[in-house]
Design a binder for this molecule. Structure first.
Ligand code: ZN
Ligand code: ZN
Length: 416
């Protein structure tokens, strides 16, 4: 494998400045979820120019490009494209000054504060190197550019628009994310890597009335308070001590006036878990407690429980991860690490899930190595993390590392 990787990556010197320009351009022109028209066009145009068969407009702005290069396995690499409603404060010469009009008519700043511009640029780089060195590998390479990861609806949008019938049969799906580790660092992890995140909006109904006559009302404030307290027992009493889970009620609203018992209360909560068992157990417990507390209070109608957003757990396949980790160790040496479980969430795994194939998702460092005491990623100063208005990956070696990681991992299947 390593020989093929060296052959393919010989081309990196000649595309480096182009990829840096792509990155800066994307960083200057961030687009929110499902509005990534400019970004998607840039990716699709690049792929078409390289001879990929391109399908675009999948789930609004999703793009796939397929390069068939003889018999062999099929590898899909996925990059997300969306930015965030964050006002950039990096002071970089290529900082975003973009604003868009939000749903309420207010101006919203937009910034690539999660590094998805790195993901797009490195995937374009990998796609280009593979297209320009077809003698060094065989099989099929599929580049997928996904919209709207941050809101968790981009993979769903592509799948609902028939993604599985637009792409070839796959063997594996790979993806990477820029993380606040030293630039140059690549980190894999087998098994649970990112949490599942489910956000719920729960409306409980009471019977409103005068604050002086509670006996003729059903008070949804008391009901909601009981629910919030009882939900604290889900993690402490229903989940095993060594199984990580979080239930956070982040928002609770009811009423307008001290002397009016309102007729409803709205609770919004977030659940984090790391595997399907814990996830379904916790979500079922939440539903059971809410329903039972409504009954206990004599609520006139059952509660409404709506899912606001839903990210599955990202669980890296053991064999696939081992294959990538071995390839990384062979190529990157001491810069290849095993990383910890991350508390963030991703919708990437919905794609391999829909295709019924295994996946692995790894991290690449993006932060200035000078901010770290050791190569193991122990920070010495303040390291702006993803979603911070100061999040500013250093262009190099982050871009080179990202392109190399995608090429090396893909060639773990595609090497001649
Ligand atoms: Zn993010
Ligand atoms: Zn992200």
């Amino acid at each position: 494998m390593t020989d093929s990787a060296h052959v393919v990556l010989e081309g990196l010197d000649s595309i480096r400045s182009d990829i840096e320009d792509v990155y800066k351009d994307l960083h200057r022109h961030p687009e929110l979820g499902l509005q990534e028209h400019r970004t998607a066009k840039k990716a699709a145009d690049a792929l078409r120019g390289l001879g990929y068969e391109v399908v675009d407009g999948i789930g609004a702005t999703g793009v796939i490009g397929t390069l068939v290069n003889g018999e062999g396995p099929t590898v899909m690499v996925r990059a997300d494209m969306d930015a965030l409603p964050v006002l950039e404060r990096t002071g970089l010469p290529y900082a975003s000054t973009v604003t868009v009009t939000g749903s309420g008519g207010t101006e919203q700043p937009v910034m690539h504060a999660c590094g998805h511009d790195m993901h797009v640029a490195t995937l374009i780089g990998c796609a280009r190197l593979l297209a320009e060195s077809r003698e060094a590998w065989r099989g099929t390479f599929v580049a997928l550019f996904q919209p709207s990861e941050e809101r968790g609806d981009g993979a769903d949008a592509m799948l609902a628009d028939g993604l599985t019938s637009k792409a070839p049969h796959l063997d594996v799906v790979l993806a990477q994310h820029v993380l606040p580790y030293p630039a140059g660092y690549v980190g894999t992890r087998a098994g649970s890597f990112l949490s599942a995140a489910d956000s719920l909006r729960i409306t409980v109904h009471g019977r409103g009335g005068h604050g002086s006559m509670p006996q003729v009302t059903v008070d949804p404030v008391v009901l909601a308070a009981m629910i919030v307290v009882r939900l604290q027992t889900v993690v402490s009493r229903e989940v095993a001590a060594l199984t990580p889970a979080v239930v956070t009620v982040g928002s609770i609203h009811a009423g307008t006036d001290p002397n009016i018992i309102p007729d409803r209360a709205v609770i919004q909560l977030n659940v984090r878990t790391y595997d399907d068992d814990a996830r379904s157990r916790v979500l079922a417990a939440v539903e059971r407690i809410v329903t039972a507390e409504c009954q206990a209070s004599g609520a006139p109608v059952p509660p409404e429980i709506e899912k606001i957003s839903s990210f599955p757990p990202t669980v890296n396949d053991d064999a696939v991860t081992r294959r990538v980790a071995e390839a990384f160790a062979g190529y990157f040496g001491d810069d290849a690490h095993t990383v910890d479980v991350q508390t963030a969430s991703e919708d990437m795994s919905k794609i391999p899930g829909a295709f019924g194939v295994p996946c692995t998702y790894w991290g690449i460092g993006g932060s200035d190595p000078a901010l770290f005491a050791t190569a193991d990623g122990v920070p010495v100063g303040h390291v702006p993390v993803n979603h911070s208005p100061h999040f500013a990956p250093v262009i190099q070696p982050t871009l080179d590392t990202g392109v190399r990681a995608l090429v090396v991992a893909s060639l773990a299947w595609l090497a001649d």
